[in-house]
Design a binder for this molecule. Structure first.
Ligand SMILES: [Zn+2]
Length: 98
């Protein structure tokens, strides 16, 4: 593995990391599974430069991303943010009959 800040989601998911995104402005903290993020955002994405934005205050400038392996105290306790499906939106447009 290269330098820590080059850690990819794939490497992180193989280690079994949780990715913790904390907003230092509103103090909201969200736990993800690296494996979920790898599947959704691509395995080669760098963990520490993920395109996140705080879902509460909508800002990205104050986010602090960290990773760690869950330990025995975490199980049954940590609330994960996990994919719950993709919502498809049907779009309509006006078009002249040809
Ligand atoms: Zn925030």
């Amino acid at each position: 593995m290269g330098r820590t800040n080059e850690l990819t989601l794939n490497q992180s998911s193989l280690i079994g990391h949780m990715v913790i995104v904390k907003c230092n402005l509103c103090h909201r903290q969200v736990h993800y599974l690296a494996a979920d993020l790898a599947e959704l955002l691509g395995p080669q994405r760098r963990v520490f430069s993920l395109p996140f934005r705080c879902e509460k205050c909508r800002k990205s400038d104050y986010l602090l991303i960290s990773v760690r392996i869950p330990d025995s105290r975490d199980f049954g306790k940590i609330i994960l943010r996990r994919p719950a499906g993709i919502k498809k939106v049907l779009l309509w447009k006006e078009e002249r009959l040809r």
